[in-house]
Each structure stands twice: as C-alpha cells, then as structure tokens.
Write a protein that binds this ligand. Structure first.
Ligand code: GLN
Ligand code: ZN
Length: 771
C-alpha cells in the first residue's frame, strides 16, 4: 500500500486563532494556561482533520507558539546568556513562556534574536546565537509532549525535528566562526532528544534537512554523514530525512547513502530527480515523494501525476513509497472552501492545505488501484484542462505586447550622467536632499476608518475623504519638518502588494488566505492567475492630490515587479520571467501616467528582490537577469528628467551588487544604520555609479537617534561616497511607527542634513543644478 503522508500543517489556525491568542497573551489579557489551551485545541483539530482526510503519516511537533527554529534552539539548550539559563517549555508555564517570548520579541534592554528568511520562502525564523564554546543539552521536551498529546487522542504521529546540520547552517556564531564546527558538541543533545521521543512511544521521527538542496560545504557533507550515523543509533525509530525547496542535485548520492529509513524529496521543484533516485536508492530506503506543491496554490494534475508515478511505484514496490506535499504546508493558506466570495471558476483551480492533503490521499489510493480513486483523478484533469484554455488566463493583447518588447524599452533613453544633470536642473534640490521611503504611520484611527469601510458602516466617499485628510495632514507635516522630497504617505494601501493585486487584471485576492510570516504576523498574498493588464491608473489620483498640496517635489510610489511576484502566489503555467515582464509592462504604463500628471520623481520599491535569489549559485545569474530586466522595463518609459528611485530593505548586497548596478535606478535607498553604514563602503568599492540614500534611522526600533549619531553616520557616508551623490532618509517605510517618534526622528534627520551641508567645501559642492 502506498502511504499518504504529511510533513507539516499550518499552525496559525483557520481563523488565525493562534495569532489572536498570542497577541492577547502579550497584552496581558490571556494567561499562559489560556494560551496553552488554545494551542492544544489547534493541534488536536489539525491532527483530527488530517486523519479524516486519509493521511496516514501525521506530523506532530510541527506546531510552534512562535517559530520552530526558536523551539529547536530551546530544545538543545542554546539559550544566549542575556535570556538566562536554558529552560523547558513543555509545561507552558508563565515563567518559561515569558523567557521564550523574550527570545522572540525582546524586552526592555534585552534585544531579541535576529529574524531572517527561511530559505527562499517569505517565512522568517529566529536565528539561534551560538557561542564559540557553546554547550548544548537536551533541555526542552515540547516535541515529546506534543507526540504524547496526540497519542492520548488515539492518533499516532511522526514527530518533526529540524535536523542538526540545517540547525547549525542557519545559526550564527557570536564570534563569526563556522557553526559546523559545533556539530560534535551538539549531537549528544539530538541523541537524547530522539531517545526521549522513542521512550515516549514514537516509532518514527522526521528530521528536516533542507540544506541538502543547497550547495554544501565539505564540512557540511561530512557533518551529514557523521550526524546520521549517530542519530541512527539513538533509538529504534524509523528515521525520515526530509529535503525540500529544490532538487538534491549533486547531493543525491550523499542523501541516498545516509543511514535513514525514508528519504523525502521535493518533486515539485525538481520532478526530474525521480528517475535517478529510483535508480540510486538502496533496497532498505523508502522514498517519500513530495508531489503536490506546498509552496503554491495551484491544484495538482493528479491524472498526469499518477501516470508519471506508476512506473516508479511499481519498481520500488508500494511499501517503499510515501506520497506527500513537497514541503510543510505552513506556506499555503488553510482551506480553500472558505473562499466563498472568490469566483468559483478561479476557486476550482486552487488547493490550499486541506485540499493538498485530499490530493495526496486520493493519489495514494488511486496508485493502489482503488477504482473510485482512479475515477476521481479525472476531475482534476478536467479542471486543469479548463484552466489551460480559460479566456481569463490568456489575453491575446497582453501576449502581443509582450512579444513586441524590444531591448531598448528596458533601458533609459539617456545614460545616468545626462539624466542626473537634467533631473538636478528640474528639481533644484539642495545637496544631501532629505526624503522618506513612502509610508507614514497607519494609526489606530486610520485602521478604524478602514475597518468601518470594510464592514460597510461608511461609504466610499466618506472613506476616501478620511484618507484625503490623512494625506493632507502628512504633506503638511513633511513641509513643516523641512523635508525636500515629499511623499503622499500610502494611507490608502493596507499592503504594498495587495494594493496593486486588487487593481490589476490577472490577480485575485482572497478573504482568508493567510499565511504565517513570523510569530503572530500573517500575510495574505494575492493570487496571480492570468495575463496581467492594467485597467487604468492605479496611483495617479492619490499622487496628484498630494502633489497639488505642496510646491515641493513629490515622489510617486510603486511596488516593483519582482516584489509583486515574490509576495504573491504566482501562476505555474509559464516561466516567472514572463510573468514578471507582464507585471513590469503594467507598471511601466503607470510610471508614464505619473510622469504625465507632473510627478518629477517615481520610486519603484524592490524590497524582495534579494529574497528571490535561488538557493543554488548556479541558478542565480538567470534569476538576476530577468529580475533586473523587469525593473528596467518599468523605468524605461520615462524622460531623462524624471527621476527613478528604488528601495531595498537590507544592507547585504554582496551577492547582488552587480544586479543593483544593472538596475540603473537614479537613486537607491537602503538599510544601513544597523551595520553602521558598512554598506556605503561596499557600494564605493563596487563602483556603484548612481545616487544613494543609505538609511540613517533604523525604523525597526522606536528609538530616535541622537543628533551626534546621525552626524557620525552621515559623515561616514560622505567620506565613502562623496556628498554629491548622497540622499538623507530613514531605513524603510514608517507605517508601523507612531507620529511622535516620526516627528522627532525626521526633524533630527533634516537637522543633520543641514549641518552637513554647511560643512561642504566649494570643492565638495554638488553639480550646478542641485546646489
Ligand atoms: N514604500 C514602502 C513603504 O514605505 C516600502 C516598504 C518596504 O520596502 N518594505 O512602506
Ligand atoms: Zn524597506
């Protein structure tokens, strides 16, 4: 019998119950016991649901109150000193929860662990901090507790543990040294962990090692072999080694040679590896085939899958085959049937977590020859055939326009020096011009206005009048504080991607399609299902309204094509490069309209460009090629004297510096203050030719920088890049900040720019038009 398996289920809850409970707990309105009860209820519900869907291998320990990497650090006793001694979270008591959440969120004077992206997903994990002489010990028994909890409900589960090699790869050492060196001191904690799971009745354990789909260092290759020899001996459990987010590639021989019982592979990202795996897998190794997409929402073609898998199943023997989603389902929303308002045709093309598991179990039964299941496969085939030919997907005029794109369109008409001169003459800005990244505080009052509109309590006219008032107030404040280039504030946008998704043809937005981003935070990615076209101007009214309120230059604000793709569920029936180009053409029309409306500056945000970087070195150049081309296509339609800005939220430009130069934006703003401006020297070394606005204020913290601090940061930037190319701005948008701190920090920023201007010698003076 082919086994239907799952690697992980969304933990946030169908109605984001975990989010609400966590936030209540943090506000002090829900005690630890209450939070634990909500969490236990979610786990029990998820286990029962998976069982009812015919899943035979059900995960436990995939649940977390905040983040599984944090849980792993706590489990192995990797608690940095500033959070106190290692602790056991499994009792869910007030004291342990308090320490756990301090690690996640920080407390007065105690900075939290750092957050960063989990592989190439939009999920953020907490980065464990390890000392060079780190001691580990199996300290927190939550995985074992959850497995027992399931057993008490009569449900046998396969506990999930993040494997030691992936854990070390994603951790950082306080001295910057290689974490892989810590493997031997870490392994005893993992051995005790597995032994404890076995002692608690577990007969199988899933160890996640997604590092196996990346380029491994020699040390990591050796680590994997050593680690799994030892974990094999830790207890009589059937070990599943799970890999996902890509193919094994050159690591295939290594993976099939590891002493485990089941190897899970991602056949969605790399279907081609199946043949080689079947060939290479020793008879003792079962394969878990990740055949339906855990990262996207398109319904699987089960008939085609069944035809493709049947020979492999016959060759391996059904006992050696598990079917599963490609990765944990935490990256997709919970249940598509909740989308009652979604167009039924579109809805029929989609599978969320619940539907993915239905697909897995139907496919498993069909491969076992169950006639009803075999007949059921045809449903998906019919739906997919309809999707392929739907007029909603293919729009001839979009395809024609795409086919006619020329290389010239993806280039500005003039080179940067000529553009810069024209822009400086037109804008007449002082040296070191001050600006912001776009959004301003989204206050509770504004959120109430939005909620009232959504609930239908106020009409569109009243709602928009409220937004206009907020915009006018924002423009007035920027003038008062003395900023040189103003923005409208983005009050009409709840989310920088959804806002465009709602207005472009080819996108659908869901009502409940939430996916965890980190902790209690969730995002609701739009679904990009068809050829993209702009129905009409999307931002021009708001930008023009704001521009009409001031004599100073105002900057129009768009989200770039790569970021829109990266933060949406994207169609799987054509290359992403093609989809990106379609989005780019729609945004190009918007830049042209903004220019015609008189906006002298347009910012095209690309904060997600870097996170789309493929996991393997070999795939990166291809991605960066189409990503930068898409950006240039957006920017390539405006005149030389229209200034194009871009913004990125990070300072680690190492792997993408060449691409940033290729984007050829007139001005780039970026994160810089947390690293003390190291990025400006990096830009100088790389010979970055255009203008730069390194963020002087870390907006992720409510702390307002002192005048001295700002002067120091700015001086360092001027030293590295020269004053004539520099802008003065915060790190990122201000929508999560409050007005008082925004006022204090922006006034300080303007003050720093003015002081620095006074120090500029005539030789350091900027080019004529700008001085
Ligand atoms: N313009 C956006 C804002 O200010 C940019 C946000 C981002 O880069 N994440 O909110
Ligand atoms: Zn940003």
């Amino acid at each position: 019998m082919t086994t239907a398996a799952n690697l992980g289920f969304p933990r946030i809850g169908r109605d984001r119950e975990l989010k609400w409970a966590l936030e209540k707990h943090w506000r002090g309105e829900l005690a630890a016991a209450g939070l634990a009860e909500v969490a236990a209820g979610l786990r029990a519900g998820n286990w029962r649901l998976q069982q009812s869907l015919g899943i035979e291998v059900i995960p436990s320990g995939d649940f977390s109150l905040y983040d599984p990497m944090l849980d792993t650090a706590v489990a192995v006793g990797a608690v940095p000193e500033r959070f106190g001694e290692p602790f056991d979270l499994s009792g869910w008591d007030e004291e342990a929860l308090g320490r756990y959440f301090t690690m996640a969120r920080g407390a007065q004077g105690i900075p939290a662990l750092e957050l960063t992206k989990w592989f190439d997903t939009n999920y953020h994990y907490l980065v464990p901090e390890l000392a060079p002489d780190q001691r580990f010990g199996y300290r927190s028994r939550t995985t074992a507790a959850m497995a027992r909890e399931a057993a008490a409900l009569g449900i046998t589960t396969r506990p999930v543990v993040i494997g030691p090699v992936t854990f070390l790869r994603l951790s950082k050492r306080t001295d910057g040294g290689p974490t892989a060196e810590l493997l031997d001191v870490l392994l005893p904690a993992y051995e005790a962990w597995i032994a404890d799971l076995v002692a608690g009745g577990a007969t199988a354990v899933q160890l996640d090692e997604p590092v196996l789909v990346t380029d491994l260092s020699a040390a990591e290759t050796a680590s994997l072999a050593r680690a799994y020899q030892r974990l094999r001996a830790a207890g009589p459990a059937r070990l599943t080694l799970a890999t996902y987010f890509g193919g094994l590639g050159a690591n295939l021989e290594l993976a099939v040679g590891l002493p485990v019982d089941v190897l899970h592979v991602d056949l969605v990202r790399d279907p081609g590896q199946l043949a080689a795996l079947v060939e290479a897998a020793p008879a003792s190794l079962a394969l878990s085939l990740g055949v339906v997409d855990g990262r996207n929402v398109w319904r699987a073609d089960l008939a085609a899958l069944s035809a493709r898998l049947a020979p492999a199943v016959a060759r391996l023997g059904a006992e050696r085959v598990q079917l599963a989603p490609s990765c944990s389902l935490a990256h997709v929303p919970v249940d598509r049937t909740r989308e009652g308002d979604l167009d039924p045709e579109l809805a029929s093309w989609m599978s969320f977590a619940v539907q993915r598991l239905e697909e897995v179990s139907l496919l498993a039964r069909a491969l076992d020859g169950d006639p009803a299941a075999v007949a059921g496969l045809q449903d998906s085939a019919a739906v997919l055939a309809a999707r392929r030919t739907s007029v909603r997907v293919r729009r001839p005029e979009v395809q024609q326009r795409l086919a006619a794109v020329t290389a010239d369109q993806a280039r500005r008409g003039a080179a940067f020096p000529e553009r810069a001169a024209a822009q400086h003459a037109r804008l007449g800005l002082p040296p070191l011009p001050t600006t912001t990244i776009g959004s301003f505080p989204q206050t509770p009052q504004l959120r109430r206005l939005r909620a009232a509109h959504r609930r239908g309590e106020i009409d569109r006219v009243t709602y928009e009048a409220g937004l206009r008032e907020a915009t006018a107030d924002c423009v007035r404040r920027q003038e008062e504080w003395g900023l040189d280039v103003l923005v409208h504030g983005e009050f009409e946008r709840t989310d920088m991607v959804e806002y465009f998704g709602e207005q472009l043809d080819g996108f659908a937005t869901t009502a409940h399609g939430w996916v965890q981003s980190y902790g209690s935070r969730c995002v609701k990615p739009p679904v990009l299902y068809g050829d993209v076209a702009r129905r009409g101007p999307m931002t021009v009214d708001w930008a023009s309204y704001a521009a009409g309120l001031t004599d100073r230059p105002l900057k129009g604000m768009l989200t770039g094509p790569v970021t829109i793709l990266q933060w949406s569920f994207v169609r799987d029936d054509q290359p992403e490069a093609v989809t990106a180009r379609q989005v780019a053409l729609a945004l190009r029309d918007e830049t042209v309209d903004l220019e015609a409306a008189g906006l002298p500056i347009i910012q095209v945000d690309e904060p997600a460009l870097r996170e789309g970087l493929p996991l393997r070195e070999a795939d990166r150049a291809g991605y960066l090629g189409w990503a930068t081309e898409a950006f240039r296509l957006v920017a390539g339609g405006v005149r030389a004297d229209t200034q194009i800005h871009t913004h990125m939220c990070y300072a680690e430009f190492g792997d993408i510096m060449g691409a940033i130069i290729d984007m050829d934006a007139d001005v780039i703003s970026m994160e810089a203050s947390r690293s003390g401006m190291a990025v400006v020297e990096e830009l100088a070394r790389a010979g970055y030719p255009n203008e730069v606005g390194p963020g002087l204020w870390d907006i992720h913290s409510p702390r307002v920088p002192s005048a001295g601090e700002l002067d120091g940061l700015l001086a360092r930037a001027i030293d590295a890049l020269g004053a004539e190319r520099l802008w003065v701005n915060p790190d990122c948008g201000l929508k999560t900040r409050g007005w008082p701190e925004v006022e204090a920090a922006l006034t300080a920023l303007v003050g720093a720019a003015r002081r620095a201007r006074r120090l500029l010698t005539p030789a350091g003076c900027p080019s004529p038009g700008r001085g």
